[in-house]
Design a protein around this ligand. Sequence first.
Ligand code: ACO
Length: 427
Amino acid sequence: MPDTLTIKDNRTGKTYDVKITDDTIKATDLRQIKVHDEDFGMMTYDPAFMNTASCRSSITFIDGDKGILEYRGIPIEQLAEKSTYLETAYLLLNGTLPNKAQLDEWKNEITMHTILNVNLQALIDSFRYDAHPMGRLISTMAALGTFYPEAKNIFDPVCRQKQIVRIIAKIITIAGFNYRRSIGMPYSYPDNDLSYPGNFLNMMFKMTESKYKVSPALERALDILFILHADHEQNCSTSTMRVVGSSQADPYSSVAGAATALYGPLHGGANEAVIHMLNEIGSTRNIPAYIEKVKAGEGKLMGFGHRVYKNYDPRARIIKRAAYDVFEVTGKNPLLDIALELEKIALEDDYFVKRKLYPNVDFYSGLIYQALDIPMEMFTVMFAIPRVSGWLAQWQEMLNDPDQKISRPRQIYTGARKLDYVPIGKR
Ligand code: ACO
């Protein structure tokens, strides 16, 4: 059977054979379909990219119907149980797990690059005390790039690797310093003896003790959350990273752009929105009424639903389990009972069942962040920290992909044409 699609244009009676590769046709192959020779040719109309593959990628595999997520072919459940965030970041960026020497070198590189140029602190100092942490992160990341003008050499693999190390290393310092500044505390500097998540906690919470002591259970829970958030193929922020990067911008600017996309409440902002929602519900007694409101179209159940997953998000299952380990140390988050009951009722309700709406990664992650004393406005920052490794892996893959060019969608123009300019006195 030939791997082609035969299309008949009933406007002209002509038929066209279009090649099928990987169950996909090339949108540009449709351009030959025309009524008149001078026509532009057929396009596809796909707002929100519901059914358009924008790249070939070997980084992350998702089967949304079965609830499967794999990084470089390895199931997320195995990585969450056995790996660390930094090892997972290496896997995403390089394609395979590192051997011992490679992992040691990678961890050492990241640890050695956590310091920020002291001039950047002036920028952090200049934010108002109540500036949103995502606005701070986005601006500080963009500003960080100005310290490394060589970063524009994006096709030099050695230079590129240096920026990748810097971004992954320094994002925890940027997040920690901005938090300290917002609460009027002196900066807590990175400590090379600590792990990546431990160092982040140290830069957030160290007080007057000479050495910050990390709770192993909390450090591990945070590392698991970082692993689960590291990549998720062509989501809104990753696509933004690729689009901005396709203009050959430097990686700091591209990461700042991707972080901006993550900021929105329908994407990385949802974990914060979940806590607001659980607070608003206030008690398990109020859940049925809240669900009725959602079903009547008054708002959404935050942390539920996903463009790709039409089954339980595998990350939500792992996070739910990790939450119990954290609560053993910190005491139970009182919002947990509301979340559990809300999930139970929603999963039995016809509205949610019919639409295949299940808890997503954000439904339980906020409860853990809250137990770790991370302020609510910082939840999206907690998502951005590990996601930079995914953004950078996808960006690097794009730069090496000969199929890719500057991103530039088409439009269907619906406005007026050929009007005359009317002088202001005659309008
Ligand atoms: N609560 C109630 N109804 C919902 C929800 C929800 N959380 N999500 C989707 N629906 C309904 C829609 O109203 C729609 O109903 P209809 O067919 O009667 O019109 C149907 O389910 C399909 O939903 P869409 O909005 O078309 O799905 P889409 O793929 O565009 O949106 C999204 C996905 C944005 C994640 C959506 O489910 C949502 O807004 N969820 C809440 C926000 C959230 O948790 N975001 C985090 C996503 S995960 C991440 O970014 C890490």
